[in-house]
Design a protein around this ligand. Structure first.
Ligand SMILES: [Cu+2]
Length: 163
């Protein structure tokens, strides 16, 4: 009789422990290549991007993002509206079970509206992702310049033409 009770309480303890692990959706998300877009002083907004990998058997949703670099942080997507690309706010970003969701320029992104300071190359921007179960993940991301990328591309084309 006593043995059975001990066995039962051990089983209950280990079940609780595994439930706690399962509850933290943030622990099932791996983040690759995060970066934020450089914006000049006075720019109304910047955006951040990353690749999210879900290693669980259930879909995981980002329901909010937080950061102290800007006044308002929103989850956004781009839609093609009769040939015009428009951004709109969405309630969540879904990461499929055992799948990948890519946040990239022209697609899904996390909008940083009303930066408190200019966001410059060399800085690190910290964004906290909030998942549906309330768990959170902090992402530190370098700031990249899109203008520089475009200039490099043009420079390469120019160099090629001179040959
Ligand atoms: Cu946006």
């Amino acid at each position: 009789m006593k043995k059975t009770l001990i066995a039962l309480s051990l089983a209950a303890t280990s079940t609780l422990a595994s439930m706690n692990l399962l509850a933290a959706q943030a622990d099932h998300i791996n983040i690759e290549n995060p970066f934020a877009r450089e914006v000049p002083p006075g720019a109304p907004a910047s955006a951040s991007f990353m690749t999210l990998k879900n290693n669980s058997d259930e879909q995981i949703d980002i329901v909010a993002a937080h950061s102290d670099v800007a006044k308002v942080i929103e989850l956004h997507t781009h839609t093609n509206d009769n040939g015009v690309m428009r951004m709109r706010k969405i309630p969540q970003i879904e990461i499929p079970a055992n799948g990948t969701t890519e946040l990239k320029p022209g697609g899904l992104h996390i909008m940083l509206i009303g930066p408190h300071n200019p966001i410059k190359v060399g800085q690190t921007v910290t964004v906290e992702l909030e998942f549906k179960d309330g768990s959170r993940k902090t992402v530190d991301m370098p700031v990249k310049s899109f203008k520089k990328m475009m200039m490099n591309h043009q420079g390469m084309q120019h160099g090629h033409g001179m040959h």
